[in-house]
Design a binder for this molecule. Sequence first.
Ligand code: ADP
Ligand code: GN1
Ligand code: MG
Length: 366
Amino acid sequence: MSSASELVNIFKRFRAEGTFAEGKVFGTGHIHDTYKIETKEANRDYLLQKLNSKIFTDIPGLQENIFRVSNHIRQKLTENGESDIDRKCLTVIKTNDGRTWFRDHKGDYWRMFIFIPDHHSFDEVKNPIQAYEGGKAIGRFQSLLSDLPGPRLNETIPYFHDVERRLETFHMALKEDAVSRAERVKDEISFVLARQEEMKTIPRLGQQGKIPLRITHNDTKFNNILFDEHDRALCLIDLDTVMPGYVHYDFGDSIRTAANAAAEDEEDLSKVYADLEIYEAFTRGYLQQISNILEPSEIEYLALAPSFMTFVMGLRFLTDYIMGDVYYKIHKPNHNILRSRAQFRLIEDFEMKLETMKSIISDIIN
Ligand code: ADP
Ligand code: GN1
Ligand code: MG
């Protein structure tokens, strides 16, 4: 964790309004070190992040994506005559020398945004209205970016949701068994082996040209949607992984977190199940914003996306556990395996409810 004097020094490198009052550790993200910087002048605070450059190896490229995407969204919101735009998209604060990132003497990269005031974010969805609003936010995000001009976005983590690569890494980790944990997770390994072929359905559709590559967020966990004081969705944050992808990635990852009745790392597996009322509300909001753009083949496979993305995440948690917790921040020794078990339990429930999930989508569309 960074000291107050370090934070003051970093803060000074950015073209911020106001003077540093206090820096507080903020949020529950698994990747970066995040601080809320409160200024003495009450009207503006900032969100300062020390970026994880082990995970993101091209920070300038990543920041360029975020800058382009945020500006495009801002421009479209402005054209649509929206109000309160500083709360509806991220505002990147540049450094004194005009960059979107700062590199300190230790080689760490930092970035800063306007802190979106009076927002709420939820690790778990509280009610269908929130889910509907969240669905609208994801659909709107994909729709607003469908005409992003310019070159293809940088691929900030190559093969991020590529389940075939993720499976290769998993099998390599198992073979190596660097910290001798494979023996302890035999059931979880069997779970993966039983599903590994079926889980390639969505990427195969992409490879066969049956679903198009679009611009997707790729980390649409529900707490990456910020809400206002009336539970209306404001904007999507955590744009590190915005890059080319299939719409199923975003829809699936949202449902994985929003429709799960329990936390991502719930230990009591009897509490983990897919809440179809939440699923219905989210899907309704999502399709309201995007169904005019989607192709029939994309809609046809939407109901498969939640189990697909939950598999990708459960597999990554399991692989990280086997490798000795090298990727995700953990808060207890067995955290990654607990996360993985909860994801696998959720997949079983999605599998049981697949037909109902499909008919909910057709009822919304027709
Ligand atoms: P991580 O990749 O580690 O999850 P995020 O970019 O999601 O990091 O940020 C962590 C937390 O910081 C978020 O969950 C959210 O609560 C908060 N946050 C991020 N950006 C902003 C912002 N512009 N304004 C207010 N809060 C923000
Ligand atoms: C990470 O950054 P955060 O905490 O929103 C991860 C996602 C996982 C998620 C699981 C860059 O997301 O892919 O779905 O944890 N982000 C990265 O909670 O790996
Ligand atoms: Mg996050």
